[in-house]
Each structure stands twice: as structure tokens, then as C-alpha cells.
Design a protein around this ligand. Sequence first.
Ligand code: ATP
Ligand code: MG
Length: 461
Amino acid sequence: MFSWLKNPWKRSRGGRKAADPSAPQIIPRGEHGISRKQISDYALKVLYRLNQAGHEAYLVGGGVRDLLLGREPKDFDVATSASPEEVRKLFRNCRLIGRRFRLAHVHYGREIIEVATFRAAHDVDGDGTTSDNGMLLRDNVYGSLEEDAWRRDFTVNALYYTVSDFSVIDHTGGLADLKAGQLRMIGDPQQRFHEDPVRMLRAVRFAAKLGFRIEKEVETAIRELGYLLEEVSNARLFDETLKLFLSGHGVASYELLRHYRLFGQLFPETDACLSEERDLFPHTLLLRALENTDRRIAEGKPVTPAFLYAALLWEPVRRESLLLMRRKMPALQAIQVAGDAVVARQLPRVQVPKRFSLQSREIWEWQERLARSTGKRAQRLMEQPRFRAAYDFLLLRAESGEELAELAEWWRALQESEPVVQAELLRQANRPGLPPEGGNGPVKKKRRRRPRKRPAAPASS
Ligand code: ATP
Ligand code: MG
């Protein structure tokens, strides 16, 4: 993978050692693996137009990193010497966004090229750009390419590619780290995590995605400073959580988060359940849910945060609903009350937009419905659009060791059988999973049957 790096690397490194340590390493065209063919036409268009207007412009961040690694970039970010206003004047299809720092979004149909003006590291002289504990409050001081490189998070994320001579520019030693498969922080990890604790989650995400090792000092800082995540807004943590779990590397992200004790910062109640080691299945359930998600993403199938959250919070919900049932609350109500309570306690940590949390709650409630429905009711459930996610979740629980194998099998058989067998299954009075008479039975709603009108002619079959 790194054949392009072998020779040029030695030569360039030798050159750098003797020179000014702040001098960048420049990898010329032909000595690195990036070709224009791999870059989106729109990103190229933006780079060329900025250059033509006399501005510096580079591809930077994950795009360059992934191209050098032979991976397909998720998106293309551009860094430029032009101010956001200057960028806007050059592109009619451009919108300026962001309050903390202004970014230009250049729109081409559904593709957006993000163009950021070079920024300098924040001012550390205590002029109000950081909070008392070092967190960055303002980060919008414009700067040079070099300053822009040093304010980025990891060295492998601070590589710049230019179309003016097709070289790659490395100010921070990112190429060496890329070659070593290592995530190294630019600057002092402790300070950089204080400035922005989300960088800890980014370290985990990139380690999971790229299979990179997290450099020792960074590791030590993460172990010490995980608690700083408490200061991060729940909305930002929601975004990061989606990137961690819904980008195709969910299993690896989860395992690393647990390893570095960051998972508990995001999902404290779930983490507490997992740490008890009373049962294995909550852990298995999460792993399986994430495995399925990773597989679906690899196959290009859609995934939903609602299912993910249903899995992430299931164990606290399950336990709380059992407690409520022991206090004689009817099962369906217990799961609703427990679901509401767990979501309410989770929200201050990681925000979940209502449209997703409502769906997660439905998935939980449906677990009760699936357990207790027979006959016509079961058939009606099966015909509803919500059925699929609820059934998938039931399967997940069964596969993870909850005692639901028979029930899951019954629903599978019901879906896959011929109508005659289906009718037989629906008639079964003692379907597996049905709670015993007189136990913590289902919500006993009196069924009020409206007299049905007989159809004039018998329906087909
Ligand atoms: P991905 O493949 O997920 O897009 P990325 O590295 O491009 O990875 P982005 O979140 O798109 O990540 O950010 C683009 C670049 O901006 C990063 O590569 C990094 O250089 C810089 N950056 C982003 N977030 C931070 C941060 N919190 N602190 C410092 N630099 C950051
Ligand atoms: Mg990116």
C-alpha cells in the first residue's frame, strides 16, 4: 500500500532533518499515490477556480489522508487563503454557514464541497477564546497554511494536496505517522483535549476506521481526561455518536470506546449494566446490533439511528421495566414508562432527536406486543410497517441469549409459511412466549368488539 512512500520518504526525511524543523516536507507529484482521477470533479473545480483567482487552495483532512491510504474518501474538504466572503463571490452556488467559524459550502447538486479559510491556532494569552479549563470557545482567527496545519487535530489529518503542482505538503510529520499507522496529536494531547474533548472521540473513530494505533501520549491523555466529555453539548455528542456507530466501523468503535472508558461518558446507564458482568447478553446484543449495522453499510443498505438507540439503551430499559412489573405494573405500560425514563435520563448526555427516540420507544413497546399477541392480532401486527424493525430487534435479543428462541421462531414461521400453516399457527392457544395465566399478564384492556358487517360475497379464498 505504501510502495509510493518507500523511496521518496527516505529522501525527503533526510532533507528535512537538517533543515529548519518548521519547513514542510513536500512530496512531489509522482512520489505519492494521489491522482486527480480519484478526486471529485467538483472539488477539483473549486481548487482550480480559487487558484485562478489568485488564492491558495488545497485539499485537506480526511480526503487527502484516505487517498494516500488507498481508501475512498467520504468527502472532500478544501482549505484556502481566501476569506469566506471572497469564496462566496467566486461561486454562485455557495452558502456561508457556521457561527463558531464561518465555512463556505459550495453546492453541486447533492455534493457539497466544504471550503474553510486557513485558521490559526487559538490565542492562548487568555483573551477570552478559551474557558477557564482550557476549552476552545472561539476558533475563528484566520491564518496561513502553516498555522492552519498546526491547529488541526491529528498529524495524518493535516496533509495538504495542491493542484498547482500536484504535491502533498506535510508540516506536522503526518506522512510518517500515516506510514506507521499511528494517530499522533499535533501539539500536547492534554492541552488539545482540554481545548476540545471531542478530539478523544475522533481519535477512537479514526483508530477504528483506519485500523491505526493511538500513540502512547494520546492514549494516556484519553485515559485521564475522558470526564471532559461531560462539558460537551449533547447535540455535538449526538453527531459524533452517529459517526462512531453508523459509518461502517461500529464494532471497532464500540470496543475502543469501552477500552478507553469513553463509552460510559456517552451512555452511562448502559455502561453500568455492561460493567456488572451479571449477564453476558447485553454486551452480545450490542455487538450483534453493530455487526449487523456494519454489514448493512458495507452492502449499501440504509441504517437508522432509531434501531441503534433501541439497542444501545435496551438493557437499562429492560431492567427498569422488569422492576416495574415486579411492582405489578402491566407489562406494556412498564416498558413504556421505563423507555420514557431511560430516554429522559440519557438525553442530557447524548441528544437524540425526537423522531428517532419515538421510533426506538416503539421498537421496545412492540417487544411486548410480539410476546403477547396471538390470532388475528398477531396477523395485524405482521401487516404493519413497524413490524420489521420490531421483529429484527426480537431476533437480535433471541440471538444474544435472552430466552426468546421459541417466540422468534414462531414469528419467523408465521411470516414464511403457506396460508394454511399460517392459519394453524395463528389458532394456537399456547404459543411460545405467551405469559402464563394470572402472571404479570398483558395489559388487560377489555376488548370491545364491534359487530362486523358480513360482506355480501365471501372474500377470496
Ligand atoms: P472523515 O473521513 O470522517 O470526514 P475527516 O478527517 O475529514 O474525517 P472531518 O470531521 O471531516 O474529519 O474534519 C476535516 C478536518 O478538519 C480534519 O481532518 C481535521 O484536520 C480538521 N478537524 C476537524 N475537527 C477537528 C477538531 N475537533 N479539532 C481540530 N481539527 C479538526
Ligand atoms: Mg471530512
